[in-house]
Write a protein that binds this ligand. Structure first.
Ligand code: HEM
Length: 509
């Protein structure tokens, strides 16, 4: 199957060389007409039953209806995705993503801004007057904060610093699973809720340099209030994204989702600010001349940015907002793939068992099968169903001229299950990632993105997933207990549509 894509690429490149220069942008296959005023072709993408939640299925339908087998670009008019000029091109060949990344420029643009969230942040100048954070800023302001925090967040040693403490958080996760599972059948009906507590605890440990105790049987009331506010904040963000944006033209607080989001944000911001200010005092009191790699991330950020800067607070909040739902849902859906493929679960457990109970940095490098399993999970269920980038200068893709300021969009959820890219795409086969000579493009599965705007929490996320999976599988056999297969859809990220019900059976020692 993968060979057929190679053939199509070959035929297309031969035909391109035969022609005189690139073909005009307007010749890229498209839908009839320019669609509705202001919305363009949006309703084609968002129509039911797939809807916005599974937009990629609509896109696949458009591909089948409007493109021939060897056509791998679709041109659309989509002002909501590209307010500048509406020009959007959907890519169906992962190798073309490489070309787009090469033209994303110094300040990559990921898509239209989340205006409601910006509006909320603007109401807190005590925190956001200097910068509104990595997720929401663009251009110079994004570059300014990214370059200041990138090294301390992305370097592998920064994550390794936390290996022992994340292992103790993961042990608490195992303890809470034992304590909260049903007495007789050892089941937890809302496992992702437990995983959220784990991810919140782990990322707070890094972002706020504090153990909050989210996985304790008795949680401190202030911590509980903040965790619950975080959960509400996530819900209301999804609500804001999917409902009529009345907050744009009416007083924003009349909108239920906006009001709930803003109230939750207040609790979250005040808590974070308080914790970072506490940390500043703590670090001042015990200033040491330790080497940088022996210091916590927050201490390094405060030292670099200065005691008066609000950027450490902004960054800490960003780590929580971007790092909890992503990691916890991934852990849940990854365990689902391992639970419904018990032979793979056993094989992974064997790898873990060969490493012992307390992991070292060297052990992390030895987890080859784990990495293959996780990558295979991301192929089937990526956290981000799609990737958006605007090209900042003219380029040529598949022999067509792509003018500057065109938005290019591709669906990770389609690449991963495309039978012309992956053999047996519906099967969970981690072994495909261990083969020396791979037949698929390295751009077909890029769970953390690529280029200067890629996920800045990648190292922490990988560590949290690695350690939690290791602890869970060396303690339990995991079985899927929902009545049917997992269903999921886009809600800011890909998330399960239902509670995830697992059985955690103790391993026989
Ligand atoms: C399984 C876990 C995670 C996945 C799969 C994931 C994936 C992603 C992806 C795909 C992007 C967009 C990249 C792009 O546009 O090229 C992103 C951005 C981002 N992620 Fe993650 N992420 C995860 C966990 C985390 C964690 C734990 C943190 C906390 C430090 C984090 C912080 C961020 C931030 C701040 C951005 C915005 C970066 C920027 O725009 O400069 N993520 N993530």
């Amino acid at each position: 199957m993968a060979k057929s894509r190679l053939f199509v690429t070959l035929v297309r490149s031969l035909s391109n060389t035969a022609s005189n220069g690139p073909k005009p942008f307007e010749d890229i296959p498209s839908l009839p007409g320019r669609g509705l005023p202001f919305l363009g072709h949006l309703l084609h993408l968002s129509k039911q039953p797939a809807g916005v939640k599974r937009m990629w299925e609509n896109v696949d339908g458009l591909r089948k209806k409007y493109l021939k087998a060897d056509e791998l670009l679709l041109r659309l008019n989509l002002p909501p995705f590209n307010p500048l000029n509406g020009r959007v091109v959907i890519l169906f060949d992962p190798d073309d993503a490489k070309e787009v990344y090469a033209h994303e420029g110094k300040f990559p643009l990921r898509g239209p801004p989340f205006d409601a969230m910006l509006m909320m942040r603007d109401k807190r100048p005590d925190i956001y007057s200097e910068n509104r954070g990595l997720l929401l800023e663009d251009g110079e302001k994004w570059y300014n904060i990214r370059t200041k925090v990138q090294q301390d967040l992305l370097r592998p040693k920064s994550a390794h610093f936390y290996l022992d403490s994340i292992q103790s958080v993961a042990q608490e996760l195992v303890d809470i699973i034992r304590a909260e599972r049903t007495l007789e059948s050892h089941e937890i009906s809302d496992s992702v809720y437990c995983f959220k507590r784990y991810a919140f605890e782990a990322i707070s440990l890094i972002a706020l340099d504090t153990r909050l105790g989210c996985l304790k049987a008795e949680i401190d009331p202030k911590t509980k209030e903040t965790f619950e506010a975080f959960v509400k904040f996530s819900h209301s963000s999804v609500g804001l994204l999917f409902s009529v944006p009345t907050w744009r033209f009416l007083p924003p607080r009349w909108n239920k989702h906006y009001r709930q989001g803003e109230d939750a944000q207040t609790i979250l911001l005040d808590f974070n600010k308080h914790k970072v200010l506490e940390a500043i005092e703590r670090f001042k009191a015990k200033e040491t001349d330790k080497a940088d790699h022996e210091k916590p991330v927050l201490e390094k950020l405060i030292k670099k940015l200065g005691h008066d800067s609000t950027l450490p607070i902004v960054t800490a909040i960003e780590m929580l907002v971007a790092g909890v739902d992503t990691t916890s849902n991934t852990l849940g859906m990854f365990l689902y793939h391992l639970a419904i493929n018990p032979d793979k679960q056993d094989k992974l457990r064997q790898e873990f068992m060969s490493l012992g109970t307390n992991l070292t940095v060297k052990d992390l490098d030895k987890m080859k099968y784990f990495r293959a399993c996780l990558q295979e999970h991301f192929r089937l269920i990526p956290v981000g169903p799609s990737t958006i980038r605007m090209v900042r200068d003219d380029c040529v893709i598949k022999g067509y001229q792509i003018p500057k300021d065109t938005v290019c969009l591709w669906f990770n959820s389609l690449f991963g299950r495309d039978a012309s890219i992956f053999e047996n795409p519906e099967q969970f086969l981690p072994e495909r990632w261990l083969e020396k000579k791979k037949t698929f493009s390295p751009f077909a599965v890029r769970p953390f993105g690529h280029g200067p705007r890629m996920c800045i929490g990648k190292r922490f996320a990988e560590l949290e997933l690695q350690v939690a999976t290791h602890k869970i599988l060396t303690n339990f056999a995991v079985k899927w207990k929902n009545p049917g297969p997992l269903t999921y859809g886009f809600a800011l990220i890909n998330q399960p549509d239902q509670k995830m019900h697992f059985q955690f059976e103790d391993l026989r020692k």
